[in-house]
Design a protein around this ligand. Sequence first.
Ligand code: ASP
Ligand code: MG
Length: 422
Amino acid sequence: MRIFKFGGASVKDAEGVKNVANIIRQHTDKPLLVVVSAMGKTTNLLEALLKAHTEESMEKYTVFKQLKQLHYQTAVQLFENEETVHNILDEWFTNLYKLIEEPTVENYDFEYDRMVSFGELISTTIVSHYMQHIGIANQWIDARQMIRTDNTYREAIVDWEKTQRKIKRQLGSHYEKHPTTPILTQGFIGGTTEGLTTTLGREGSDFSAAIFGYSLNAKDVTIWKDVDGLLNADPKQFADTIKLDKIPYGEAIELSYYGASIIHPKTLKPLQNKKIPLKVKSFIVPNAEGSIIGDFAVKQMPPCFICKKNQMLISIMPKDFSFIAEENLSTIFGLFAHFGIKINLMQNSALSFSVCVDEKNNIEDLIEELQTEFYIKYNENMELITIRHYDKKSIDLVLQNRTAVLEQKNRTTVQYVLKKQS
Ligand code: ASP
Ligand code: MG
């Protein structure tokens, strides 16, 4: 049993869908489950649609048209027959249209999941029909019937027990009867016991693949991406990146903790629990090796760079010039938790406590609240660079012509808060 996950970039147009179908075709000799995301930037467009709908702006019709065009154009190129395209897509778009014609409901997050989930439902419908069309039998499954969650809309919590039971029972019997007919399903979405749609958080399709992999005791899970595998840095930010071949689970979890954005952070833990390897491969060069995250020891990792932009460095000092002590810290942490602001790095000295956080909308409210008890100094537009497995050369590279405003180092990791390079 294997699991494949194809992200939005892999199915962004007709060429992409053809390529994905081709990759799948080469792996249908054994049980396979395929998880697919929404096409290209569809999720962003659906978010825009919801925003326009909520604001009762006529813009919603423009966005709806854009969404429709994008999918119909792709489908026409794939099926070369208008009627087939209408048969496949009309119902989805009629239902989506109904949602924007209804008055807005009060629960924004509920409405979000109901609307944004169309991206995955439509993309998988197109891919499934296309595969059928070129002779690859497959079974389309509604992931909302498989992945049971609570009703924390937009960030739903998976009920592992129920999910595992459903997946095992329903999909297990499919594979017994049709081991070489792959199942095609959606990433990112789930459903509540009442049958309401939920989503697992942005970029959540990796996590969906892990849920299916875990529940079916898969041999491995492969995430197909537009890069060669896991790299030691973001090639958009660093020259001379290298591919990491083998990465222990713990190391990959650390990298994603520090902000490496390649894999959704919730993906790895369930796989690690069952020692299911996670492969990252290129859908552009599908036969290349890629990277593998698994249960192995690696003697020496190369330096890995993670750069977080738009950071704010906040220094907090008691107004009465007392020392920073436990009582202060608990007040401070309480406020960060209250405003839902995650601390990316913290450091304290006798007289001040400094934190580095993402610049978010409500950060001003937090600062205002902190100012009732503390003196606050802050720097905006900073960068937080983390180097795992640093050495002199990697540090020199990061600090070239720059001085760190703050530095934190332990045996494996060094972090710098730097002024944005002009
Ligand atoms: N389509 C969703 C998103 O763009 C989920 C995913 O791609 O993983 O966030
Ligand atoms: Mg995506």
